[in-house]
Design a protein around this ligand. Sequence first.
Ligand code: PLP
Length: 446
Amino acid sequence: MTEPHTNSQAGPRSEYLYKEALQHIVGGVNSPSRSFKAVGGGAPIFMKRGQGAYFWDEDGKKYIDYLAAYGPIILGHAHPHVTAAICRAAENGTLFGAPTELEITFAQMLKAAIPSLDKVRFVNSGTEAVMTTIRVARAFTGRSKIIKFAGCYHGHSDLVLVAAGSGPSTLGIPDSAGVPPSIASEVITVPYNDIEALKEALDRWGDEIAAVMIEPIVGNFGMVMPIPGYLEQLCAATRSNGSLVIYDEVITAFRFHYGSAQTFDGLQAASLSAIEPDLTALGKIIGGGLPIGAYGGRKEIMEQVAPLGPAYQAGTMAGNPASISAGIACLEALQEPGLYDRLNALAASLEAGLAQAARKHGIALTINRIRGSLSTHFCDHPVSNYDEAQDTDGEQFARFFRLMLEQGICLAPSKYEAWFMTAAHTETDITATIAAAEHAFAVMAA
Ligand code: PLP
C-alpha cells in the first residue's frame, strides 16, 4: 500500500526512492520515527551524505541538521577523529567473538565520567540496555513490577512500550499491539514531576515493585527538567520501598556536559549521592554514530549478570571494536575545552531568536532549552509533563516543520522531539535558522 504524497518537500529522487522503499521495507523506513506520517505524510527526505552540521539529500539539496540522528551526532557528521577511529577498527577486523582491550579502555572512560557505574556491560542499542537493566533489577530484588513515567520512551522492548512518549505518541500508538496484557500489567505508569503520584504507586504496589525507571531529564516529550527536589524525593521514596532506581540516560549522558544527567550541576541537586541511581542505561552519543548501548551500576547488582550471576544477557555484536572505537573517539573529542559552553551559547542564541520571531508574528510558542538542546511547543503554557506536551498544536508544528524543511532546515518530524546542537554548528547557521523560522511564522500567521 502506498501512502498519500501530500504537501511533500521531497525532491523527485526522494519521491522515487520512497516508492521503491515501500515495495521492500515496511512503511519505507527502518524506524517509524523517520516517516512523515505525523507531519502530513508523504515521502521522507532520503539523505545521501553528511558533513559537519549539514547533510545533503538525494536531490542535492543541503540542510542544516538539528536532528543529529535523534541525538548521537553531537560532534556533527563525519567528524574526522571518529571517522579515523572507525577506519582503523575496520582495518583491524570488526568482530572477534572474544574480548578486546578497547572495551576495558571504554569502560574506564565511562566509569570516570559517571561515578555510579561500578561495573558496565556493552550491548548494541539503548533498547537492549534498558531492557536488561529491568531484568537485572528483577533478579536482584526478586520482584517483578516496574514504575515508569507517562511519555518517557525507553526503547521498544515489551515492558516499556506502555505510555511510551515520542515515537509511539507521534504515531498515535500509546500502547503497542503485540504486548500481552500480562506484560503490560507489570508496568505502572505515573506522571513525571508529580512526587505524590509516585509515592501513591509505591504505597499501593509496595513490595511488588522491582524498580522505578526514569529519564532523569526528559528528552522524549520535549526537553523537560525535573522540578527542584523531585529526583531526590524520587530516589528516597524508591529506596525506602526496597526498589531500585534506574536512570535511562540514553539521551542525556554526555548531552549537557562531559558526564551524565546524574552529575549535571544544572539539576541543582542538594548532593549528588541523593540522586545517584542504582542502575543506568546508556546509548546514542556513547557510540559516536555507530550502534551501541551500555548499562551499569552498583557492583553487587551488576554481579547478578551472567557469567557471574543468574540474570542472562549476551550479544554476538556486543562490544564490537568499530562501535567501541567510535565511542572512545567521540568521548575524546567531547573533552575539548569549551565545547559544551559553545553548544550552550549557540542554543541560547537560537532560543532567543525563535522566541522573538514567534512573538513578532503572534505565534504562541513555549521553548524548553537545556544547554545545547531545546524543544519547541506550539502552546501558550509551560511544558513540564506529558499531558502538557500533548496539549500542544500538532498541526501548527507540522506546518512549521514543512516550512523549515523547504528552507533547508531539518528538524525531527514530530512535535515531541528535541533540536540538538552539534559541535559543528556555527552562529551563521543559527542566524540562517532564525531567519527561516521568522519566515515560517510569518506564513503561519498570514
Ligand atoms: N531510551 C531513551 C531515553 C531513548 O530516547 C531511546 C531512543 O530514542 C531509547 C532508550 C532506545 O534507544 P535505541 O533506539 O538505541 O534502541
